[in-house]
Design a protein around this ligand. Structure first.
Ligand code: GLP
Length: 244
């Protein structure tokens, strides 16, 4: 779906999430959200916070799993996704601390492999993700599933693509400060979600959006793996859709 503005689109996405949270609450069930970072979902989080403040939308029945985190990184590093999520959403709503899951950028090298397996198992122990929010990187990555990622991959540590590190270098005040690795949910983890919405705004995303939607399915553009998911919507503004 293509919108005139990213604001209009973000409000719609936030409303779909809010409706799901409310529906699950009525059924006395937990609502499992897969969440993304980056600039693309910021206005969605703003709208959810507004709905919490003004309309009493409660997050008490919500369990969240974030897609990814740099590795290694400290939680108080303002570039960490831990910091981002608390700053944009968690500090402003009534979610229970124990229901927040973000890959831990501080686990030791030794424990990393088992940590990733446990993260994956925890997601599946809730019956998987009800709603997955995604952005897309210039390499076609979803989460941090860089080119070469397997369609059935699970949560794991990966090496970041050079382009991804260049894109992050401004925020980290220089390429040398950008971590070389990350922890990410896998393509397989994401594809098990019951509902997926991928957001992309602006002309800089036009080329990769064309490849993701119209290109052949390939590990070289991991977002193409969403083409065969039966309940995925690409939510675009006019600029991001301009190459379609
Ligand atoms: C990072 C994140 C992705 C995100 C991408 C795009 O690489 N790991 O999950 O989709 O950035 O970011 P933005 O939304 O700022 O364009």
């Amino acid at each position: 779906v293509i919108f005139e503005s990213s604001l209009e689109a973000s409000v719609l996405v936030a409303h779909e999430i809010a409706n799901l949270i409310r529906r699950k609450e009525e059924l006395n069930e937990v609502c499992v959200l897969g969440l993304a970072t980056g600039s693309s979902p910021v206005k969605v989080y703003e709208e959810l916070v507004r709905m919490h403040r003004e309309e009493g939308l409660s997050f008490k029945n919500v369990v969240t799993f974030n897609l990814d985190e740099y590795y290694p990184i400290d939680v108080d590093n303002i570039q960490s996704y831990y910091y981002f999520m608390h700053d944009h959403l968690f500090n402003h709503v009534d979610i229970l601390h124990e229901n927040i899951n973000i890959p831990d950028g501080t686990v030791s090298d030794q424990d990393l492999h088992q940590y990733c397996i446990d993260y994956e198992m925890k997601i599946q122990s809730y019956g998987g993700i009800d709603f997955q929010l995604l952005g897309i990187g210039r390499t076609g990555h979803i989460g941090f599933n860089e080119p070469g990622s397997h369609i059935n991959s699970g949560t794991r540590a990966i090496t970041l693509d050079y382009i991804t590190r260049v894109d992050a270098s401004q925020a980290f005040l220089g390429l040398k400060n950008v971590p070389r690795k990350a922890i990410t949910m896998g393509v397989g983890t994401v594809r098990k979600a019951k509902r997926i919405m991928l957001l992309a705004w602006g002309i800089n995303k036009a080329d990769i959006i064309k490849q993701a939607i119209e290109g052949e399915m390939s590990s070289q553009v991991p977002a193409t793996y969403l083409q065969e998911h039966e309940n995925t919507t690409f939510v675009l503004d006019v600029e991001a859709s301009s190459e379609l």
